[in-house]
Design a protein around this ligand. Sequence first.
Ligand code: FES
Length: 106
Amino acid sequence: MSATWIPIAKVADVPLETGTLRVAHGGEAVCLYLLGGDVRATQDKCPHGNASLSEGYIVDEMIECPLHQGLFDIATGEVRSPPCTVNLATYPVKVEDGVIYLEETA
Ligand code: FES
C-alpha cells in the first residue's frame, strides 16, 4: 500500500537554519526545520515536560528545549543532553514544488 502524503506548509515559510515552524498534523503539533537545504520534522512537544520545541534554539543541527535546555538531534530525534531521556519522534518528509508533505497518520 502506498503512503498518502498531506501538504503541510511551504518551504519558504520555514525559517532557514535558525528557526522552526510549528504545524498541526494528525492532531498533534509537529516542528519543521530547514537545515542545509533539507526539511526535517520532529514532534513539537518536548518529551521531558510541557515545552514547545518550536520556541527552542537550533545549535549545530540540534534543537535545544527552551525550558530546561535538553538537546535533541534534529535528524534522528536522539537525546544529546540531559535532563531529557526519551528521544523525539521524527517524521518522513517530502518536498515537491516548494511544498512540504508529511505522511498521513493513522
Ligand atoms: Fe524540555 Fe525539560 S521540558 S528539557
